[in-house]
Design a protein. Structure first.
Length: 304
């Protein structure tokens, strides 16, 4: 199948997102197209959220998620908020159910414009994260970087919430650390057979924390929603915070915040935050060739 499709350049608290409308088609955004789009300054992104026709009964769409290196991602909370904003502007609806490779996600847009995404239940079992080595307690595993007697980062909490995550606890602002140097080493560490998202987390009170993330397949990004969820859950799991926190993403523009609630009643993780439309256009899902719309759509609609 050939032809251009509609897309929107958006962001979720700085997480650069392309929302691509693939509904009514049987093809997919190719890795080659993703790499080409990521290489252009106008369309540079962290994740592509490709909206496909639903596969499962009771869902509104299937979301195919690609990183900027063309690889697949299992979950992207910030990107999901962008999809919700786009579809809410198109349909007038507020609540949606999406299917991803990581499972079913429910999301709702609130009257104030903020959007909540139910990211599901966290996974702590070592073989389901997955790790290459068995650990009975994944709240603190043996992994460090730096000198043996004075490691710079050590003993991360590890878990999966659609993607594998490693959370390293730091005692000062995460921006003070050279994550651009450590991130690739840790993402590709043999401990993580499917690679991992690497997050530095500073707990500032029982209900607040600050994070910065190196994303698997995307590199140093301004924000990562699933990493924020993983950090908040790991903080609560290790007794550093309660189950609901205001999480500041240190690398996001203006240090924006997310509310993360690891609900006690069902163990689901609900993330609430903003999404922002930037501009729309059309692209070729085979090659990544694109053209911007001359006139922006009204109401920030992304795809229709």
């Amino acid at each position: 199948m050939t032809g251009m499709v509609e897309f929107a350049k958006m962001n979720g608290i700085g997480n650069k997102i392309l929302v691509v409308d693939m509904r009514g088609r049987t093809d997919r955004v190719t890795p080659e197209a993703a790499i080409a789009l990521a290489g252009d300054a106008e369309t540079r992104f962290d994740q592509i959220m490709a909206i496909h026709d639903p596969k499962a009964h009771g869902t509104d769409a299937y979301i195919d998620i690609l990183n900027n290196d063309g690889s697949k991602a299992g979950a992207c909370g910030n990107g999901t908020r962008c999809v919700v904003q786009a579809l809410a502007a198109e349909t007038g609806r507020k609540a949606f159910t999406f299917q991803t490779v990581a499972g079913i996600l429910n999301a709702v847009e609130h009257d104030d414009g903020s959007i909540s995404v139910d990211m599901g239940k966290p996974e702590f079992r070592w073989d389901r994260i997955p790790l290459s080595e068995e650990f009975h307690d994944t709240s603190k595993i043996e992994l460090q970087i730096g000198p043996i007697d004075a490691p710079i980062l050590h003993s991360p909490a590890v878990m999966s919430i659609g993607n594998p995550h490693a959370i390293f606890w730091v005692d000062r602002d995460p921006m003070d650390y050279d994550l651009e140097r450590f991130g690739p080493l840790l993402e590709n560490h043999p401990m993580f057979p499917e690679k991992a998202n690497i997050t530095l987390a500073q707990v500032t009170s029982p209900s607040t924390m600050i994070t910065r993330t190196w994303e698997r397949g995307a590199g140093l990004t301004l924000a990562c929603g699933s990493a924020a969820c993983a950090a908040a859950v790991s903080a609560a799991r290790t007794g550093r915070t309660g189950r609901k926190v205001e999480l500041t993403v240190a690398s996001s523009p203006g240090r924006q915040t997310l509310t993360i609630d690891w609900r006690e009643r069902d163990n689901h993780v609900v993330m609430t935050g903003a999404a922002e439309w930037e501009w729309s256009g059309r692209l070729d899902p085979l090659t990544g060739a694109f053209a911007r719309d001359e006139v922006a759509p009204q109401d920030g609609a992304a795809a229709h």
